[in-house]
Design a protein around this ligand. Structure first.
Ligand code: UD1
Ligand code: UDP
Length: 353
């Protein structure tokens, strides 16, 4: 089987690491890095740490408007898919790199497979919601992290080629956690007790009131906030004149590598985030999560009592962080950490049939 995998942004490196490892043992995989993320700490560190193979194709598109960025990716991807004629094009998640891969593959001959299908925030103002819905609706094979996502696809009329496989991010997390527990973790200069925060969602960074309201909350918390800040957020904080206040109120640091980040999630009393992946990682690592959004595509974590949606309201954030505690039980929501194996088996069956 000949697979062309398309990645480009930080969360996709974490997802692809598990599947790529599984694929390369038994099949031919070529990796395309669109170049959507290019800073060392958002890209290269993940390839090194997660033993992702050097991409066979690097498109180097960089940052741009949504249309220009997606179009640049599509132009290059069309040429590569034509030249390489893979059996399957594999896309991950909900970024512009996902959509570019999906739109090109859907109009060419290979099967299009979407990992992390069926998720919905039901908030069309999020670019990710547009990307994931369009990708699902043109995919041949849809791998969902749980039964809820499969039911969502069914409601939208997508019933063929849908498989519940579990969450590939859980595969990667279990692997790195084993490694960290065996080899020890890096020395860390964080306080003993802390809240771990990440913010990068367009709705929060591109709106000064929302971002300021979140920083106000961090200022009001009794527990110190460790804040690995996305470059987009740093730029917004500087533009709005909030950088000095943020630096005084929090332990703001550069984005950290995956192992360090997982260690920080595990050690935190609470996570405050607008990330998609981090909500799940908090759940896997038994850390309560306060989500700085009004909606989430990982709704099962909210229903299970491990996650609370507070948006960007200062008081709500402060109250939720202060109240955060472990709920009594933790259900299995997104599989058992063998999603990559299951995905590869389904791909084999579909390609051979
Ligand atoms: C993208 C994804 C988002 C995902 C996030 C993961 C889309 C629409 N968004 O958001 O779903 O959650 O990645 O982190 O695909 N920048 C740098 N260095 C980089 C990359 C970006 O400084 O290596 C800055 C640039 O100023 C850029 C801005 O960040 O304009 C936004 O980057 P972009 O990739 O467009 O979106 P993200 O916010 O990273
Ligand atoms: N992450 C990381 N270092 C950081 C922040 C995040 O390694 O400083 C990892 C995190 O563990 C998760 C992934 O990056 O697996 C999530 O990426 P992000 O929050 O940027 O994207 P999203 O999941 O919201 O699409």
């Amino acid at each position: 089987m000949d697979v062309l995998s398309v990645v480009g942004a930080r969360p996709q490196f974490v997802k692809a690491a598990a599947v790529s490892q599984q694929l390369r043992g038994e099949h031919d995989e070529r990796l395309v890095h669109t170049g959507q993320h290019y800073d060392t700490e958002l890209s290269a560190v993940f390839f090194d740490e997660l033993a992702l193979p050097e991409p066979e194709f690097h498109l180097g598109v960089g940052s741009d408007s949504h249309a220009r960025q997606t179009a640049a990716m599509m132009t290059e991807l069309e040429r590569i898919i034509d030249d390489e004629s893979p059996d399957v094009v594999l896309v991950y998640g909900d970024t512009n790199s996902t959509l570019a891969g999906a739109l090109v593959a859907a109009k060419s001959s290979p099967l299009l497979a979407h990992v992390e299908a069926g998720l919905r925030s039901h908030d069309w103002s999020m670019p990710e919601e547009v990307n994931r819905r369009l990708t699902d609706h043109c995919s041949d094979l849809l791998f969902t992290p749980g039964p809820h996502a499969k039911a969502t696809l069914e409601q939208e009329g997508i019933t063929d080629g849908v498989f519940v496989t579990g969450d590939v991010m859980y595969d990667t997390l279990l692997q790195i956690r084993d490694r960290l527990h065996t080899h020890g973790t890096e020395e860390s200069d964080v306080p003993d007790e802390y809240v771990l925060a990440t913010v990068h969602r367009a709705k929060n960074t591109d709106n000064q009131d929302r971002l300021e309201s979140i920083i106000d909350a961090f200022e009001h918390l009794d527990t110190p906030v460790v804040f690995p800040a996305h470059p987009r957020t740093v730029a917004a904080l500087r533009e709005y004149g909030l950088w000095e206040r943020t630096a005084a109120a929090t332990h703001v640091i550069e984005p950290v590598n995956y192992g360090r980040f997982i260690t920080l999630v595990e050690g935190a009393t609470c996570v405050a985030t607008d990330s998609g992946g981090v909500q799940k990682e908090a759940f896997y690592l038994d850390t309560p999560c306060v989500t700085l959004r009004e909606t989430t595509e990982w709704i099962e974590t909210v229903d299970a009592g491990w996650n609370v949606l507070v948006g960007a309201d200062t008081d709500q954030i402060v109250d939720a962080v202060r109240a955060a505690a472990d709920p009594p039980a933790k259900p299995d929501l997104y599989g058992s950490g063998n999603a990559a194996t299951r995905i590869v088996r389904h791909l084999e069956q579909q390609v051979e049939s």
